[in-house]
Design a protein around this ligand. Sequence first.
Ligand code: ATP
Ligand code: MG
Length: 739
Amino acid sequence: MTLDPILEPLNEAQRAAVTAPLAPVLVLAGAGSGKTRVLTHRIAWLIQAEGASPHSVLAVTFTNKAAGEMRTRIEHLLGVPPGQLWIGTFHGIAHRLLRRHWREAGLSESFQILDSEDQQRLIKKLLKAQQLDESRWVPREVQWFINSNKDEGRRPKDLKAGNDPVRAQMIRLYGLYEETCERNGVVDFAELLLRSFELLRDQPALLQHYRQRFRHVLVDEFQDTNAIQYAWLRLIAGADGHPYVVGDDDQSVYRWRGARVENLQQFQRDFAGAKLYRLEQNYRSTGTILAAANGLIANNSGRLGKTLWTSGERGEPVRLYAAFNERDEAEFVTQRIRDHVARGGMRRDIAILYRSNAQSRVFEEAFLSARIPYRVYGGLRFFERAEIKDALAYLRLLVNRRDDASFERIVNLPTRGIGAKSLDTLREAAKTAGGSLWEAAGLCLGAGLGAKASAALQGFIGLIERLAAEVAGLALHEQVDRMLAVTGLIEFHRREKADRGEARVENLEELVSAARGFSADGANADLPPLEAFLAHAALESGEGQADAWEDCVQMMTLHTAKGLEFPIVFLSGMEDGLFPHQRSITDLEGLEEERRLCYVGMTRAMKQLYLTYAEQRRLHGIDSYSQPSRFIKETPEELLEEIRPRLQVMRPVAAGRFAHERAFARPGGAYAPSFAAGRLRGESEVPGFRLGARVRHGKFGEGVILSLEGSGPQARVQVNFERQGTKWLVMQYANLEPL
Ligand code: ATP
Ligand code: MG
């Protein structure tokens, strides 16, 4: 066996894929089988064994974080930094191309990126200007119409309305939206891809240049490429190129955003002589976790078919916890984290995964009060918080005065006497002159605006100009710091009431730290630091958040978790209607996508997997009672172990079954699931109630206590009601009356 660091840590099948001849390659393999590892080693191998220049490699990853990790890994394998290698997401790479070739792409030099929220705000404004009713022309739907067409590579001119007046209006709005973006020098996410595709398609010399340069194009998570990304890949690889793509049809989870899992098969048709490699050994998860995931995904139809096995240990059972409500669920997870940490484990080993972002809040509250550091990836993103967006808007305006969205956001923030009416005047003037709000402001100063508004506006313009002059040449974090001081944003929030203002000030201060810690990665390295930072804020919100160095629990949606792995995983909110999502329950394809998402979630776990659900949940302010997720029922029963003894309570404890659970539970902790301990505690800690006692409940009537657990406000009681059957209730709220 060779001791080559590139090939040695691979199994036979992986090695074959890494050393494949220069032809189109598709690696089709299940979760945790080493696809990402193979892709990374392939790059190192191309450079070392094939003599490829790092300059000729273009690698597409799923997140910017993954790109960073891949770069480090390659450096490690080669022993030297891989220099000019391009690694990034589709969006990141497209952005980089557009920055380089803004002129050919028909953009302004300092174009800014519009995130999804900015985009929606812009659409709302457009609807208002068109005097269209938002309840009929729902901004979200207009946004979806625009983005999904861009994802398919279609401009307004490519769309036909036929006899459909609604569609005709949508197409018109799409056109107006494009004009506005053009005028403002802004580009949305979908536009990055489409624009860079058109750039290469329409500039043969440029295409030729990049085709010659990027002789090696590699794509991870290929199952989630959409139409425009795939078209882009085909374009840059060329008909006789040899792209190298890896993916897993069972992990395709972005159909709703235009991803086409069919690209896996299409690839083999489009690239003649494509070689198919399969990897079958999973290195990530225990046998039990793998069997659970395999059992679940077997319920899907139309799969491409793969084998996945592990030589690893069987490991512990998959644990199932039925919580009373969402707080109890969070409490349970908190307790398990504490136990893990008390035994010397790291918090970063633990991931809490959920279907929808809104679920994070209850966990966040529980972790905050338990003083458990945590980190939310995506969702409640740092860069998306209002005060941060305000600050970024100032920075964006410094870079590009024509950025109308930023102008509007901050022209009267902190309040300086420029009201809605003055702003309307500016908008009108901008429209008439066909220019930006900034330009219109210059025009309106003497004429059009009242003396007070004029003075205020003059003050604002002066402020921006002074600030721009003042920060030029400063280090990035000093620029941010100066901006916060000069604009008065910090002062403004400091005067706000209590906690809220304080948190905002903290966030703003955090922005200075973020700037201090920022170094432009490969994709943005050629930009001036401030512009690189703004691009980073727009593209990577959520990733690389503050406090990355701290040992903290990881929280993220299932979608965000793709490609990652953690020793301990909690899949929370396993309830029908939440996961699978209500929207998808009645639609077979949608349900299968949800199941793949669950498969992705389960296969993130290396050692321990927990499934938790709540019998009652308050989400978005509404209480609902739901059934456990069908995905729990689809998981082979023999692999599952319920943590709460539930119906076994009246039977003697089976000595072995919960033995390891007892080791987990802290002495006297609320979750010691041993029945015997529960009974003892129950009797002593919930005064007035005993097992077997008869009680009356306001709604459910009379019944007999079957079980008592926990203490204090956490105490719970299981009652067998004569008419309503068995229910778990929280003592604090149940108002039980002893009989
Ligand atoms: P996913 O489908 O989730 O993206 P993947 O197929 O990309 O997974 P990797 O993330 O590359 O899988 O690998 C999964 C884990 O197995 C990683 O921790 C990786 O380091 C490890 N691994 C992969 N191949 C080997 C091997 N030959 N020997 C030891 N460990 C391996
Ligand atoms: Mg992977």
